[in-house]
Design a binder for this molecule. Structure first.
Ligand code: ADP
Ligand code: ZN
Length: 615
């Protein structure tokens, strides 16, 4: 016979579930949420690893509602705190924030609310905790828990490192009885350990969710003409959709945003060098408008919880798989079909290798960067399922074929490229005699194809025995060979001049002791979605329901504008879709729909019913 459930657990369970239903309007917990919530409510420390869109916020929001006192959320996302707090207030949760954007009066008001026990949640920028006055404030009030959001910001070699996060290791000493929950979507073993160590969370229970995001289609293709490829991708698959395009440099974000706008796709740039007002305005437009494209450096995106980002495109090779997964994860938080599309080329590889070699930090740091890049390249050049490779990278097992990535949809062939590889490497050997010159990939391909470019003439490379021995492949194919040699570590980039040079492994290939298998790009990258209909309407809806849905959407748009909040703060698309399908005729029926909690029902219920009655 099973032992009876201890009453404490039972209370927690029902209390948490009640909050989920009453406040958030959701019927059941998602995978993992309940366990985490119960653990934290009971006072335990937790380290939570869940992909973007997995539902991390509830894991600290509900314990903050259930435990006595205020949940203090440390977050680096100052520019988003207002929106986060607005969204919670729309649910009837008493939330506030303290950061540098507020004036003294605003701050005082929030502090007073906290001290009076009138806040369920208080968002804080990490630098606030370095200020004695803040620590003192927290001491005088009652803290229910500390949530450390975006916990990977403490990882020193990570892509989002924030020095202020290091001070968070002291939370436990200062408030030994307050549970801490650290959350991140970054999940490699190394980062995990670093987070646990630096945040002093060695004893915390770890919760690792599945990192799969099945609604995101992963696609990677060689970059031939980035502008044309991007435009085609947007026009054919994501016309009118909101999305993010990532570039490496500030200037290219501006260039591509202008290019897209000229071509009828509304786009704005975003990077750290933009003046703060323009930056905030662009972010706010992205959150509030339908179908805007942001062309950004990686400075953009962390914490953006817009649920209907339909695509994330990369025009430059990301520096690590972790960064790539984090960025692509911003697509499709609402669970509807979305695309992660990356175009990368030979120059990306060369530039990144050079950048690593000339980067600051010690040799170990450079080696680490090199390993990150290698893993990214391996993902790009794989003939296996991209998703299974991604999940394996994060230490999770996966089905061999996912059926929703380019290599599954349109499997590439492999071919024996040993002879072409030998030709490239032989050319490198011959050019190696003139080390103090930059002989890049383009020059090597020109030599193989027997092209008399200016450099060929200047250095008399026509006389090399390899000149013109490569007529069996076209230029793009030779570039693909060179790219893959770099990806496989069979050639590399010399740091001073940027020439291609051999690696220890090259010799085996030259001697004929090692076969080189290469990937042949399918003629055309996988056509994304099966039908145009599916593409046009991410909110799949029978035709007869579309007019009602549109009316609801118009009402939502007007309401959001009136309140100065993003439309999804009122209701998500998925909620509107369910309303249109169910057509509730009473408040009770409306309240049963997912995403409609007590507060929203009271606030908008009558209005929604009126819209439905008019329809
Ligand atoms: P994360 O912070 O992990 O990226 P969020 O906390 O923003 O994810 O949640 C992603 C989306 O899933 C949000 O729109 C949220 O409202 C929704 N969600 C979370 N938990 C549930 C649940 N139990 N049932 C239904 N929807 C949920
Ligand atoms: Zn796949």
């Amino acid at each position: 016979m099973a032992p009876p459930t201890p009453t404490g657990t039972e209370t927690t369970e029902t209390e948490a579930l009640r909050a989920l239903r009453r406040v958030f309007g959701y019927e059941t917990f998602r995978d993992g949420q309940q366990e985490i919530i119960e653990h934290v409510v009971a006072g335990g420390d937790a380290l939570v690893l869940m992909p973007t869109g997995g539902g991390k916020s509830l894991c600290y929001q509900i314990p903050s509602l259930v435990r006595p006192g205020t949940g203090v959320v440390v977050s680096p996302l100052i520019a988003l705190m207002q929106d986060q707090v607005d969204a919670l207030r729309a649910l009837g949760v008493r939330a506030g924030f303290l950061n540098s954007t507020q004036d003294l009066d605003e701050r005082r008001l929030v502090e007073a609310e906290f001290l009076a026990g009138e806040l369920d949640l208080l968002y804080l920028a990490p630098e606030r905790l370095r200020v004695a006055a803040t620590v003192d404030l927290l001491d005088r009030g009652k803290v229910a828990l500390f949530a450390i959001d975006e916990a990977h910001c403490v990882a020193q070699w990570g892509h989002d490192f924030r020095p202020d996060y290091l001070t968070l290791s002291g939370l436990h000493e200062r408030w030994p009885d307050v549970p801490r929950i650290a959350l991140t979507a970054t999940a490699t073993e190394a980062t995990r350990e670093e987070i646990a160590t630096r945040l002093n969370l060695g004893g915390a229970r770890r919760f690792v969710a599945s990192f799969d995001r099945p609604n995101i289609q992963y696609r990677i293709e060689p970059k031939t003409d980035a502008k044309r490829q991007l435009l085609r991708f947007l026009r054919e698959e994501h016309a009118g959709d909101a999305g993010i395009v990532y570039c490496l440099s500030r200037s290219s974000t501006e260039k591509y945003a202008a290019f897209l706008t000229e071509n009828g796709v509304e786009a704005v740039p975003y990077h750290a060098g933009l003046d703060p007002q323009a930056r905030a305005a662009h972010q706010s437009r992205f959150l509030r408008e339908d179908g805007l494209v942001v062309v950004a450096t990686i400075a953009f995106g962390m914490g953006i919880d817009k649920p209907d980002v339909r695509f994330v495109a990369h025009l430059d090779l990301p520096k690590s798989v972790e960064g790539y997964y984090q960025e692509t994860g911003r697509a499709g938080r609402d669970g509807l079909p979305s695309t992660a599309w990356l175009a990368y080329g030979l120059n990306d590889v060369v530039n990144l290798r050079k950048m690593i070699d000339s980067s600051e930090g010690d040799a170990e740091h450079r080696r680490r960067l090199g390993r990150h890049l290698d893993a990214m390249l391996a993902l790009c050049e794989t003939v296996e399922c991209r998703r299974s490779q991604l999940l394996n990278y994060f230490g999770q097992s996966a089905a061999e074929r996912c059926g929703n990535c380019d290599t599954c949809l349109n499997p590439p062939e492999t071919w024996d490229g040993t002879v072409p590889a030998q030709k490239v490497l032989s050319t490198i050997v011959r050019l190696d005699r003139e080390r103090r010159q930059k002989f890049g990939a383009g020059h090597i391909v020109d030599i193989l194809l027997g092209k008399k470019n200016a450099k060929v003439v200047q250095f008399d490379h026509e006389s090399l025995s390899v000149f013109g021995i490569g007529s069996e492949l076209r230029e793009a194919e030779w570039r693909a060979v060179v790219r893959q040699l770099l990806a496989q570590g069979l050639a590399t980039v010399e740091s001073t001049y940027g020439s291609l040079v051999l690696t220890p492994a090259s010799a085996e290939v030259l001697r004929g002791d090692r076969k080189v298998m290469l990937r042949r790009q399918p003629e055309r990258a996988a056509p994304a979605r099966s039908s145009a209909k599916e593409r046009r309407a991410p909110v799949e809806l029978p035709a007869e329901l579309a007019p009602v849905f549109e009316l609801l959407r118009a009402w939502r748009g007007a309401t959001a504008k009136e309140q100065g909040v993003p439309a999804y703060v009122i209701f998500h698309d998925a909620t509107l879709r369910e309303i249109a399908t169910v057509r509730p005729s009473s408040l009770a029926e409306l309240g049963a729909i997912s995403g409609i909690g007590e507060n929203k029902l009271a606030k908008y219920g009558e209005q929604v019913l009126a819209v439905l009655a008019d329809a």
